[in-house]
Design a protein around this ligand. Structure first.
Ligand SMILES: [Zn+2]
Length: 344
């Protein structure tokens, strides 16, 4: 299958606007907690969940290694540190608490920032985290070569730095000065006009070199728009929806088909579906979805407390999760004063 381009048809936007009304936080908490208390839920999340962590909504740019593009690779190199350093926000921790308490043990996320994994890292080991959260569109924290080898992203960043000392200096200067170019969730950044990219060197895949082959076709292990999701990931996403009684969707317009069809599937299986998001979504055209229009960050901690009752305080892991999370919204605009690298 292919990931569709994320546009919502005008007709949907027009009809949806009139149907949407914001509700009070207290009423939203009651509705959501009621929904989650009636049976175990699978969770689907999208970009809206990560905005409070400073990760911007996707702006759409292709990044396939099949068409080598130094500009994109360089921008990807420069854009990774903010994604690497991003921290889970209260919504990630609230969802982690629901995972941990087995109220909503499985998350299918469209996000590639790894923040669901980060929020539960201190209590679940890697295999457990991987079975608890399915990254539908891959992850920015690994790089993949065209022969299928994978490398930890930070190790690859360090390899790039070694063969591009001038760009490493540029990146170090950016970090030191606290100046950050605008970034998208795919780790791409916007560079000043006129920046030259052609001196950027992409190192060869170490595993390919080991197999006596030079191969610098590498890219983040992310499914870009227009690319295919593996059968394995697709099957697992349906399995997760099938294995739970209900479906709770958070922070997404369901613009990508890979997530939208899971919602359709749940409805076809007569599972109750609730969607928590602000603004029109592709689910507005579906019967059988209860939409709660309020920011997740406003209500999710209280939802967990309402669902778990005393356990939310008595269970130290959950109590700690409900105190955790940093809100750091993305900067309003790109800083045009960003320095240009000398001699490039
Ligand atoms: Zn390779």
């Amino acid at each position: 299958m292919r990931v569709s381009v994320p546009t919502i048809p005008d007709a949907v936007l027009r009809t949806a606007n009139s149907q949407h009304r914001r509700i009070s936080p207290a009423f939203a908490v009651e509705r959501i907690a009621g929904f989650l208390s009636k049976g175990d839920a699978a969770v689907i999340t999208g970009a809206g969940v990560s905005v409070d962590s400073g990760i911007r909504a996707y702006r759409g740019e292709k990044g396939s290694y099949l068409n080598p593009n130094y500009k994109l690779r360089l921008r990807s190199y420069l854009g990774y540190p903010p994604v690497r350093d991003a921290q889970p926000n209260p919504t990630h921790y609230a969802l982690a608490a629901l995972q941990y308490a087995a109220v909503a043990p499985h998350i299918v996320t469209q996000n590639v920032d790894g923040l669901h994994h980060k929020a539960i890292k201190h209590v679940w080991d890697e295999p457990r985290r991987n079975s608890g959260t399915l990254e539908l569109h891959g992850t920015l924290h690994r790089v993949q070569c065209s022969h299928g080898h994978t490398i930890d992203r930070q190790i690859f960043q360090d390899m790039i730095a070694e063969v591009n000392p001038q760009w490493k200096t540029f990146l170090d200067d950016l970090e030191r000065s606290g100046t950050r170019p605008r970034t998208n969730p795919d780790g791409d950044v916007v560079l000043p006009e006129g920046t030259r990219y052609d001196q950027f060197v992409v190192p060869d895949c170490p595993s390919c070199l080991h197999e006596k082959r030079e191969n610098s076709m590498l890219k983040p292990e992310v499914i870009f728009f227009g690319e295919s999701i593996s059968k394995e990931v697709k099957d697992r996403s349906f399995e997760i929806v099938d294995s739970h009684e209900r479906l709770f969707v958070v922070g997404t317009t369901l613009a990508t088909f890979s997530a939208f069809r899971l919602v359709k599937h749940a409805i076809e299986r007569r599972k109750p579906v609730m969607l928590l998001n602000v603004g029109p979504t592709r689910a507005d055209q579906l019967l059988g979805v209860e939409t709660i229009e309020i920011p997740a960050g406003t209500v999710m901690r209280d939802v967990v407390k309402a669902v778990l009752g005393n356990e939310a305080e008595k269970n130290t892991v959950i109590a700690e999760m409900l105190k955790s999370g940093v809100v750091k919204r993305p900067p309003d605009d790109y800083d045009d004063s960003m320095p240009r690298p000398a001699g490039l």
